[in-house]
Unconditional design. Structure first.
Length: 253
């Protein structure tokens, strides 16, 4: 079974489409774990619709809603979902992104064929309505720790872990800015390799609200990861940052 973990914070405009994309998967052996991180909009009302739908079908265990209580951030929300997961595989999906119907089936086939712990896929940028804009981010077949420091191509909503090959505690996300990138690095630093399926199976919605338009914030975050999380010296940090900047610009061209 694949456990799908979605952190939710004020995602009312998008969460319905996101959940629908999970329900519409060709692969059916999944559970959906939604973790409400102190939403103050209509997100819970939208989620309740799906909870009621599965309860009427007698499948209330297919979709669960957890609560962090106070606002704790996406890392804590995902960690709560990881701990609650019952499936062998754990896949992450952000509350405003959309999966293609074949996402889970194709990625699981890829992962089982390789017999590896960590996979990710290509993705396509989408507009605020969730429509793809034909801008696809291609991914390498293989990525090590050193390569990932220089190329932050691994996107959260494309990642899948096999918990029979990697301990859940290692994929717990640290409470730092860009916690997802920090997590991939901490996994790869332990000697694991991330394997990329070069198929765009996720739509990355870039809305006005979610678009990382403040590049200065992104730059500060990645620099903080290099210097204060990975403890790289300033020369190594600058070296990796140059490659990071090149790849970040290339993805947006």
């Amino acid at each position: 079974m694949i456990s799908v973990v979605i952190p939710v914070h004020n995602a009312e405009p998008f969460i319905g489409d996101t959940i629908h994309s999970v329900i519409g998967q060709e692969y059916k052996d999944w559970e959906l774990i939604l973790v409400n991180d102190h939403s103050e909009d209509g997100s819970l009302k939208a989620i309740d619709y799906f909870l009621s739908y599965f309860e009427r079908k007698g499948e209330s265990d297919r979709i669960r809603l957890l609560h962090t209580g106070e606002k704790r951030g996406p890392a804590a929300a995902r960690n709560m979902g990881i701990d609650a997961a019952r499936g062998r595989y754990i896949a992450f999906l952000d509350a405003d992104d959309i999966w293609e119907p074949e996402k889970l089936s194709e990625q699981l086939e890829f992962q089982e064929k390789l017999e590896e712990a960590f996979t990710f896929t290509s993705y396509e940028y989408a507009d605020e309505s969730g429509t793809g804009i034909d801008k696809i981010v291609r991914v390498p077949f293989r990525m090590t720790y050193g390569q990932a420091l220089r190329n932050t191509t691994i996107f959260t909503s494309t990642v899948m872990f096999d918990t029979e090959k990697i301990d859940k505690t290692l994929i717990h996300m640290p409470d730092v800015p860009s916690e997802d990138t920090a997590t991939w690095w901490q996994v790869l630093k332990k000697g694991y390799v991330a394997w990329g399926l070069n198929r765009p199976l996720t739509l990355y919605r870039r809305s006005r609200r979610t678009l990382s338009s403040d590049k200065r914030v992104a730059i500060k975050r990645i620099w903080n990861l290099y210097r204060n999380v990975e403890k790289l010296n300033i020369v190594h940090s600058a070296f990796c940052f140059c490659f990071y900047a090149f790849h970040a610009v290339w993805r947006r061209l």
